[in-house]
Design a binder for this molecule. Structure first.
Ligand SMILES: *[C@@H]1O[C@H](CO)[C@@H](O)[C@H](O)[C@H]1NC(C)=O
Ligand SMILES: *[C@@H]1O[C@H](CO)[C@@H](O)[C@H](O)[C@H]1NC(C)=O
Ligand SMILES: *[C@@H]1O[C@H](CO)[C@@H](O)[C@H](O)[C@H]1NC(C)=O
Ligand SMILES: *[C@@H]1O[C@H](CO)[C@@H](O)[C@H](O)[C@H]1NC(C)=O
Length: 353
């Protein structure tokens, strides 16, 4: 968010003052995690390739397995020493740093909870890369000899989030683990099922004067993005989040940096998408050919405005210009409730996790 240069300069200042201890929500942030690397030749495994149909990629890697052993071989393109979070069933997340090109034993009979029985049967395994900017390359998944992977049923609904560092959890604890997973670019629509809801939270960097993006250029790009999504996924509902731009101290209190952030322009754009004029003959934009065309079909309203104004207070934004854990959770909770009320979706944290 905002100018990278500002962030970098700030980072340097911080480095020169701080010791190795990182505080997170008032606690010392752990940086020492168990080393799970193994020599796979010492084990007897049943091995599945990365493209095995039993392995799902739904925001994270997830599959079910029999037995009490899961090991993963990572490709050379893995960001070396990247921190991943993983868990079995609905138990607590475990963390380990991954070595590019190595095999890691992530679950074994000694893994806490391995002896428990419960509603989640067979055992599920899920893993996420914590940092939005790093990644892993999956080469193979191993279970104990004689055991197997089991494909989990797909989710019935899907949300895609188009965003930047704010949506990806930059500077929050465990970053991507506590926010949404990153989207590879360029996005290959043909390889992904259509989303039911597309949330767009983008533009904070563009709004930074240092990046010299005009209001017209920004609104034009955002409009085309929405028309592009509608062209690919005609049934998707698009939720456009208004931008927030932090706070400044004014005398003895703090004030939000409104009305910066194209608050009114974004709202007017959403209103235009909902006008009869537009809905009678919506435009679709093909980002590949850069052409716009008319669908010729009357559309139901599909663009919604999620007003973030008034959710955050100054101390919900951390020193590096991004929401703190609490700030991110506040925005996410309001978005959850918005989606529940607007689209009648249920909350799912009511059964086995
Ligand atoms: C990965 O790197 C190792 C060590 O450099 C090398 O032996 C191996 O061939 C590489 N594998 C691939 C698929 O590039
Ligand atoms: C593991 O990842 C954390 C978070 O990125 C990092 O602070 C730590 O240095 C890493 N440890 C190793 C051994 O690479
Ligand atoms: C800002 O953008 C405008 C329009 O593209 C361009 O004419 C101008 O030179 C840019 N200014 C800077 C400082 O890059
Ligand atoms: C957004 O919310 C703020 C705070 O409640 C309110 O002042 C503003 O009018 C709202 N904007 C729109 C377009 O509804």
């Amino acid at each position: 968010m905002w100018s990278l240069r500002n962030v970098a300069v700030f980072g340097l200042t911080l480095l020169s003052q701080a010791s190795a201890t990182i505080l997170q929500n008032g606690q010392v942030r752990p940086t020492n995690f168990p080393d799970t690397r193994i020599d796979p030749s010492a084990f007897s495994f049943k091995t599945y390739p990365a493209d095995a149909t039993e392995i799902s990629y739904k925001g994270r890697i997830k599959f079910a397995y029999t037995g009490k052993t899961v090991a993963i071989s990572f490709g050379n393109l893995t960001s070396d020493s990247v921190l991943v979070g993983y868990r079995i069933g609905g138990l607590d997340w475990m963390f380990t740093n991954i070595t590019a090109g190595a095999t890691h034993l992530l679950v074994s009979p000694e893994t806490p909870g391995s002896d428990l029985a419960g509603p989640i049967n067979p055992w599920t395994f899920e893993m996420r890369v914590t940092n939005w900017a790093f990644g892993i390359q999956l080469n193979a998944v191993h279970v104990a000899a004689g055991e197997k992977l089991i494909k989990l049923p797909d989710f019935g609904r899907r949300i895609e989030v188009i965003g930047d560092s704010l949506a990806s959890g930059m500077y929050t604890s465990y970053e991507g683990l506590s926010s949404w997973p990153k989207k590879p670019e360029p996005w290959d629509f043909s390889k992904r099922p259509a989303a039911d809801i597309v949330v767009i939270n983008i533009g904070t960097n563009d709004n930074n004067k240092a990046n010299n993006v005009s209001t017209t250029a920004y609104i034009d790009a955002l409009t085309k993005l929405i028309q592009g999504v509608h062209g690919k996924w005609p049934k998707a509902q698009v939720v456009v989040m208004s931008l927030w731009l932090g706070f400044y101290q004014s005398g003895n209190t703090y004030l939000p940096n409104a009305p910066e952030g194209w608050v009114n322009e974004i709202y007017q754009m959403v209103k235009w998408f909902n006008s009869d004029d537009y809905l009678r003959n919506p435009v679709i934009y093909d980002g590949v050919t850069k052409k716009t065309s008319r669908t010729g079909r009357k559309a139901k309203p599909f663009v919604h405005h999620f007003n973030t104004s008034g959710i955050l207070q100054h101390n919900d934004i951390g020193p590096q210009w991004h929401p703190t854990d609490v700030g991110a959770i506040k925005v996410a909770s309001h978005l959850q409730q918005f989606i529940r009320m607007k689209f009648d979706w249920e909350f799912y944290a009511t059964g086995p996790e």
